[in-house]
Design a protein. Structure first.
Length: 501
């Protein structure tokens, strides 16, 4: 067997990580920063109550639907080029959103942000995967990336609160432009993509169409279920259509010569376990962000800025879990021993939140719950991000990275719709059962809202327990083997997972 020539690690890899992290932060911020600004934007642009969901949905559909395609483009064009193009496009779409004069312009800008986000996100993660091949360095790099991927959403709530309260909702869009310019300029001058990692096979057009339409139908089905109900005929049609399209996609991918998503990427036991457990964990997390934002602002009367700061313990927990626990232990213990317990700790934090009442104390209940949630998620996210791309062939790195983002994006859409629906129906039945007249009615409304949130949070606890069980049973990789020579490690990184089974 010919011996692989070990390549010296890229001297600029840590500088590159800084710019990749800025881009990732921008994409993750965008998922929550707009939530805080939505009421003000809706009022300014005259967007109806029925249409307001499209501020989030237009982005989610384009981003979730095109991620696999974006990952494959990164493998085909080159990750650096895809990354820079994605950043430039995202900045342009953000400028359009900030300058929006009506709802059509706003929804169009959000969809365009999703399109370029779908190019950018897989390119960012796959650049990390191919630039950091040493196990210890990889642990540090993915610790930083995992902390941003997990904690960025909460940072978005803080930043969104500041911008909305002290400037204008438009700045929640404009703020992306400096992020994008700095990251694109840095990437252009600093990133040198390793050679030989391109996948120059022709594009699998049937795969692109089936996966995009299938994922769009799935995400739209869940978003529509939230507003129109689960028995709505179009909602059911979307789910059926999605199942048929995605099943056809799997059949096509198993037959074509150069598939969009080589099935070897997802059928490998560890990666499959990571995608599944990560998607479930995100379902629980996304619904929670929304509930806590409403609880703090409507029930507790917090301002947008105060709401943002209330999420700080979660950010601190995420960063600690990812960079202090995950990074330090990742090279010493098997990934499942970080992911499984991490999701359990997050489930414990979520369980505390089922005890919420209208007059619950922030310091006694919400603070410890958010710390536990952040700590658990940060600890679990970090090895999950690394495992998802570890050992894939370089030509598949983009599409493997896209699968991580797809499981997060689809998980986010499902979480928001599913948990919101559960909360809404629990609130309605509570208010109906406790109907009173006069001044008491307002208190009953608030109690009903909190009852709705806690009912949905019970489901989120179950979902996180399921994510933990999947991580314990499916992810069976051993700890990274640090005892081999650099040459052997370099060769393995191109061929098989750098793990001992």
């Amino acid at each position: 067997m010919s011996q692989a020539v070990p390549k010296a690690p890229d001297a600029n890899r840590w500088k590159a990580l800084a710019f990749i992290a800025i881009a990732q932060l921008m994409v993750v911020l965008d998922a929550t920063i707009v939530n805080i600004a939505m009421p003000a934007a809706q009022s300014d642009l005259g967007i109806s109550e029925g249409n307001k969901q499209w501020i989030v949905t237009a982005y989610a559909l384009a981003f979730g639907g095109l991620l696999l395609f974006g990952g494959r483009i990164a493998d085909l064009w080159g990750r650096k080029r895809t990354f820079v193009v994605g950043l430039a496009g995202f900045a342009f779409a953000s400028a359009l959103g900030g300058a929006a004069q009506d709802q059509t312009m706003m929804f169009g800008a959000r969809a365009l942000q999703g399109v370029f986000g779908a190019l950018l996100a897989p390119a960012a993660l796959s650049l990390l995967a191919v630039m950091f091949t040493d196990a210890k360095e990889r642990a540090k790099a993915f610790g930083i990336y995992g902390a941003i991927a997990g904690g960025g959403g909460a940072v978005g709530l803080i930043l969104g609160g500041f911008l909305t309260e002290y400037l204008n909702w438009r700045w929640t869009f404009f703020v992306n432009i400096p992020f994008a310019i700095i990251a694109a300029a840095g990437a252009y001058f600093v990133i040198r993509e390793p050679e030989g990692g391109r996948n120059r096979n022709p594009l699998d057009i049937p795969g692109v169409l089936l996966s995009t339409l299938g994922l769009v139908a799935l995400v739209y089905g869940f978003t529509r279920a939230e507003s129109e109900g689960w028995s709505d005929s179009l909602t059911i049609g979307m789910f059926v259509g999605s199942a048929v399209l995605l099943a056809a996609f799997v059949v096509v991918e198993s037959k074509v010569k150069a598939p969009l998503l080589p099935l070897r990427v997802i059928t490998e036991r560890n990666r499959g376990g990571v995608y599944l457990s990560l998607g479930l964990a995100i379902i629980g997390m996304f619904g929670l962000f929304l509930f806590l934002t409403y609880y703090l602002q409507i029930v507790k009367g917090y301002s947008p800025v105060k709401t943002g700061f209330a999420f700080l313990p979660m950010v601190v927990g995420m960063i600690t879990g990812s960079t202090q626990i995950g990074t330090r232990l990742m090279t010493r213990v098997a990934p499942r021993l970080l992911m499984g317990p991490g999701f359990l700790v997050a489930a414990l934090g979520m369980f505390l939140l089922t005890q919420m009442k209208v007059d619950s104390s922030y310091a006694a209940l919400l603070l410890p719950a958010m710390l536990l949630l952040g700590l658990g998620m940060g600890t679990a996210f970090m090895p999950a991000m690394s495992m998802a791309t570890q050992g894939v062939e370089p030509r598949d790195a983009g599409v493997a990275s896209a699968m991580v983002n797809t499981s997060q994006q689809v998980g986010g859409a499902i979480g928001t719709a599913l948990l919101n629906t559960i909360a809404a129906s629990a609130t309605t039945s509570y208010v109906k059962d406790h109907a009173v007249g006069g001044a008491q009615q307002q208190l009953v409304q608030l109690e009903g809202m909190v009852h709705g949130y806690t009912s949905a949070i019970w489901f989120a606890v179950g979902i996180l327990l399921a994510a933990s069980a999947i991580a314990f049973t499916l992810v069976n990789a051993g700890r990274p083997n640090l005892g081999r020579g650099a040459e052997e490690g370099a060769e393995d990184e191109l061929k098989v997972p750098v793990v001992a089974h």
